[in-house]
Design a protein around this ligand. Structure first.
Ligand code: FAD
Length: 305
């Protein structure tokens, strides 16, 4: 009960535009650096190199939410292109993740597609894979629509589907004709029980269902979770159906279950770490706190400093 209240509180705070802007101005606080590699591209490159040296692959994400004007969306687009060029120049084992709201989704659909084409052209040229993160339910249809349109033009693009949504198995089935590279996750936003399973047990079952569907459809699948039970389920499934290790990978977030990341790598699985960076750390940080109230201890420690 208390856990649910705290979860709702942090998810609510994560959507607060004023707090987001204030946090951006004052820099990283409250132990957020445990989950965010730093404010600059340089700091993320530093983090990527350290992870790559261990054999871990990466996807970087330049944090940015609630972009509400065209100039800011253009700036975010340029940041993504700069990151792609840097990945190529430094020969890093890294992909790029981004959110469509950063590219202008809440302002103008066509502008967002245009910005995405600029990014994907650069990604194509430099052979860098781009994943469109999935945001809240309100943006789900548009995200899938834009992904579908761009996937017909560009090879190096994937997106994310969330197991907590009732609709997700239909999305997996409907996208199958595109043979998409999908990252499958539980889902990180506060959604109404009208659209998403409120009960964790149902989410976990649905997660297993879509992992099975997408893998058995023969598509590349990123299983993005820290949940041991889901990881073990995937290991058993791939063993049972002789699915090659080249058809899937595990993904986890920077700073979370680091030992588990290294253990999977040691067992010969491909392991990718999601490395966020940038000044807009607040919404991302709030979602990580919501996932695990025990993380609040880090906030309290951070406040004492
Ligand atoms: P849970 O059942 O939440 O957690 C299982 C265990 O993992 C916990 O018991 C705990 O030990 C550990 N754990 C989980 N979260 C934390 C935490 N924050 N801090 C410390 N320990 C933790 N969601 C989206 O909605 N859209 C996206 O595009 C998206 N992209 C993602 C990309 C990656 C690479 C990953 C790993 C997650 C992404 N998520 C995304 C978040 C995801 O939806 C979940 O909110 C998050 O992964 C927590 O769920 P879980 O599967 O780890 O399982």
């Amino acid at each position: 009960m208390m856990e649910q209240v705290m979860r709702n509180f942090f998810l609510y705070m994560g959507k607060n535009r004023v707090a987001t802007k204030v946090a951006k101005r004052y820099g990283m606080r409250f132990g957020a650096s445990r989950f965010v590699a730093g404010a600059s591209l340089d700091s993320s490159v530093h983090a990527i190199k350290k992870l790559n040296q261990k054999g871990l692959s990466v996807t970087i994400d330049h944090l940015g939410e609630f972009v509400d004007n065209a100039a800011e969306a253009d700036e975010m687009t340029k940041h993504c292109i700069e990151a792609i060029e840097r990945i190529a120049k430094e020969n890093l084992d890294s992909q790029l993740s981004l959110k469509l709201t950063s590219m202008g989704l809440d302002i103008d659909y066509d502008m967002t597609v245009k910005n995405m084409r600029r990014i994907l052209k650069s990604a194509d040229q430099h052979d860098v894979f781009v994943t469109i993160d999935m945001e809240d339910f309100e943006r789900c249809d548009k995200t899938i629509e834009i992904f579908t349109e761009l996937k017909k033009e560009f090879e190096n693009i994937g997106t994310v589907l969330q197991a907590y949504l009732y609709r997700v198995a239909d999305d997996v089935a409907n996208l199958n004709d595109l043979s998409p590279n999908l990252r499958l996750v539980k889902g990180a936003y506060k959604e109404s029980p009208k659209v998403a399973f409120p009960d964790k047990k149902d989410v976990d079952e649905n997660f297993k269902k879509i992992i099975r569907m997408h893998l058995l459809n023969g598509n590349y699948t990123a299983i993005a979770t820290h949940d041991d039970q889901i990881i073990e389920y995937t290991k058993e499934l791939v063993k049972e159906y002789n699915i090659p290790r080249s058809q899937f990978e595990f993904q986890m977030l920077y700073g979370i279950c680091v030992d588990r990341q290294e253990a999977l790598l040691k067992d010969g699985y491909k392991m990718r770490v999601y490395v966020p960076y940038g000044k807009d750390w607040y919404g991302y940080f709030m979602r990580r706190l919501a996932e695990r109230p025990a993380n609040v201890a880090f906030v309290l420690k951070g406040m004492m400093k």
